[in-house]
Design a protein around this ligand. Sequence first.
Ligand SMILES: *Cc1c(COP(=O)(O)O)cnc(C)c1O
Length: 362
Amino acid sequence: MNKYKLLTPGPLTTSNSVKEEMLFDRCTWDDEYKAITQKIRKQLLEIAGASMKVYTTILMQGSGSFGVEAVLNSAIGEEDKLLIISNGAYGERIVKMAKCIGINYVCYSSPYDKVLEIDEIKDILNKDKAITHLAMVHCETTTGILNPIEKIANLSKEQGKILIVDAMSSFGAIPINVQNSGIDYLISSANKCIQGVPGFCFIIAKIERLLKCHGNSKSLCLDLYDQWKCMDKDGKWRFTSPTHVVAAFSKAIDELIEEGGVIARNDRYKHNNYLLRNKLKSIGFDAYIKEELQSPIITTFVFPNKEFNFIHFYSYVKERDFVLYPGKLTEIDTFRIGNIGEIYKEDIEKLCLIIQEYMEEK
Ligand SMILES: *Cc1c(COP(=O)(O)O)cnc(C)c1O
C-alpha cells in the first residue's frame, strides 16, 4: 500500500511526532498519565477562552458522536424541551439521537446550502415557550458551510436558553470564545482540528449546568456527570481510557500552541482552502457552498460533468498519494476535499496538479 495523505475531515493527516507518542504503552492509574489528562483538560479550556472557575472539560471515550449523545442524554431532563437547528447530516444525527434517547424535541431545518435564519429561530422560541435548550452544528461537515455561532449564541443568551454546540470540525481552527459567547456545552473530538488521532471526544461545559445533570442519564457509559465527577478528582478516567490516543492528543495540543494557536492554524487552513477552491475552479469544479458561507475546513465540489466517475477519480488521486471523500448530498452529485490536518500549501498545489492532469487525460 502506498502511503497517502488524508484530505478527509477526520481522521486526518497527523504529524510524525504525534504518531510517535503512541509507541509507548502507558498505565491508566499512574500519576504521570493522569497528569496528561489534567493538562489536556486545562489546555482545552484555554483554547476555548473559558475560565476554570466557570467551565470544565470532560474527556469521553468514543468518537465525536458519543460526546454529542452524552450531552443530550445527560443535560436534557424530563421537563425540558430541545430545539435542534439543522442544515446538514450532523444536525440530522442530533435529531436521530434525540429520538433514540426519547427526549422532548422539535427540529428547525433549513436547506443544506443556506445558513440558519436567526429571525426564524427567534420566532420559534417566541411561539414555543416550553423550549429550554438549543442544539446546533457550527461547521456542517456535510457541506462545509459555517453556521452563525455568535448570532445564535446571543439569541440563546437573550432568551435564557441552554446552548449545545457541535463544534466537532471547527474547534481548534476557528476562534470560539466559549465563555464570552455563553455556550453551555461545546463538543469536539481528538481527530479533528487539534490534529490528534481518533479515539475520544471532549466536552467543554459550564459547571453550573453540569451540576444540575446529576441523575439525568439513562445510560451508564454516556453519563457526562459521572464521567466528570470521576475525572475531576485526579485525572483518572471512568473505565479504560484510550491511553495512546490521549498521549498523542497531548502532543497535538502542544503543536497547535507552537504553531501559534487557533489564529495561526485558522490562517493556514484558510489559505489552503482558498488555494484549493480557486485552483479547482479554474480546472472546472464549482464549490457547492457560496464563498461567504464556506468554512476553511472542508469543501464540497459539484461533479464537473455527467461523465465524471468519482470512483475512478478517487483511485487515480489515491495512486498519487492523496485520499478524498465522497459527497453526502442526495440530490446533487458531489465529492468533498478536506484541508484540515498536517497539510500545507505544497500539498494543495500538488493535489491540484494531479486533478488537472486527470481532467486533461479524460
Ligand atoms: C466528525 C463530526 C462529528 C462526529 O462524527 P463521528 O463519526 O462520531 O466522529 C459530529 N459532528 C460533526 C459536525 C463532525 O464533523
